[in-house]
Design a protein around this ligand. Structure first.
Ligand code: FAD
Length: 348
């Protein structure tokens, strides 16, 4: 079955919804295809105690602010509830669950295929996020280690780790939050490939958004790129991380050199581990774009704004700063979505 539309948005997380908001406002005929059974993108899959690194009013999509959360930093379920209500509020045309397998060129159209169904679209916005591509670096000994190796995507609660020797790998926010939590029930070793860079206490998503805004303004007016958040630090001191630091749990060792049968090792030194938890990030989930052959050696798609350089009918949203400053955050993606929809050029 083939359906013709102006725009297909692939992915119904926050980035897809932000695109939907502006597409609706511009009066385009569009559909959002999402492979999950329910709303919320990646948020229903994160660990339940995860809290945003910004207050609700700094974590809103265009048009409708996220309802306030009583003590400032909302939990993941609050985001799921908000995204669910957002879809209804703006009556966004979302089809679920629809897993897009490929996007290919066919004359003047891009054809989006999902099983036996296909959509012919004049433009495609890809907003498939990163959660489905957890990244784990390769280290010697990974195959001989007899304990369990998990990734952030596998983590649910610290009770699952009670009494175990756990090594958490990674220097970002997820790793820091997991160390803070797991260290309450397990003997926890934190390893990072460079010393952890904590943001000053009190710098949260608000400051990060302001930084992203300054960067967007500089880039838009042709000024020198002032750099992103990376220049400031990596780890937001959310209350749980602050509390863990105060009890001395947030000290990191250098990255180990190898895994052994029953732990990890640096030269002659070793440490026992039942579990190695890789909090080592994600890569963009772009497998459906393979037929278009757009990716470069970094695994991303070169873009100008949000538009793919080698396929001007394709736009990318979310994923990381490479699709727009702050595009992979709830607040920042609104700005990227607005300019992506403005860039669509549907008049030709
Ligand atoms: P997603 O939420 O992943 O949505 C993409 C959707 O596309 C999903 O439903 C997915 O299943 C679907 N999909 C994927 N492939 C296909 C396909 N082929 N066909 C159809 N559908 C497909 N940001 C903040 O602003 N504040 C925070 O505090 C914050 N904390 C974070 C904590 C963690 C642990 C992580 C990982 C991220 C955090 N982020 C935060 C960053 C960001 O807001 C989230 O990653 C967010 O989920 C990104 O939204 P998205 O719409 O780009 O992708």
């Amino acid at each position: 079955m083939t359906t013709s539309v102006d725009v297909v948005v692939i992915g119904g997380g926050q980035a897809g919804l932000a695109a939907g908001y502006y597409l609706r406002r511009a009066g385009h005929r569009f559909v959002i295809l999402d492979d999950q059974p329910t709303a919320g993108g990646a948020w229903p899959h994160t660990w339940p105690s995860l809290r945003l690194f910004s207050p609700a009013e700094y974590a809103s999509l265009p048009g409708w602010p996220m309802p306030r959360w009583r003590d400032g930093f909302p939990p993941a379920q609050h985001v799921v509830d908000y995204l669910t209500a957002y879809e209804t509020r703006y009556d966004l045309p979302i089809e679920r669950p629809v897993r897009v397998n490929t996007v290919r060129r066919d004359g003047r159209a891009l054809v989006v295929e999902a099983g036996t169904r296909q959509w012919r679209a004049r433009r495609v916005i890809s907003a498939t996020g990163t959660w489905q591509r957890p990244f784990r670096p390769t280290y010697p000994g990974a195959r001989i280690f007899t304990g369990r190796q998990l990734h952030t995507v596998d983590y649910r609660t610290p009770a699952d780790f009670a009494g175990a020797d756990v090594v958490v790998v990674g220097g970002g926010n997820s790793a820091a939050q997991l160390v803070a939590e797991i260290s309450t029930t397990a003997s926890t070793t934190w390893v990072t490939s460079r010393p952890p860079r904590f943001l000053p206490d009190g710098v949260d998503g608000r400051a990060l958004f302001e930084l992203a805004s300054r960067r967007a303004a500089a880039l838009a007016t042709g000024q020198r790129d002032p750099g992103g958040i990376a220049a400031l630090g990596d780890i937001v001191m959310v209350p749980e991380v602050l509390a863990a630091r105060d009890r001395g749990a947030m000290t990191a060792l250098p990255m180990f050199e190898r895994l052994t049968r029953d732990g990890v090792a640096w030269g002659d030194l070793s440490r026992h581990a039942d579990i190695v938890l890789w909090a080592t990030g994600f890569r963009p989930a772009l497998g459906h774009l393979t037929p278009l052959r757009l990716r470069d050696h970094t695994g991303t798609v070169p873009v100008s704004g949000a538009r793919a350089l080698k396929e001007p009918r394709l736009h990318l949203l979310g994923y990381g700063d490479w699709t727009g400053p702050g595009s992979a955050t709830i607040l920042g993606v609104g700005r990227s979505a607005k300019s992506a929809v403005a860039e669509l050029d549907l008049d030709d």
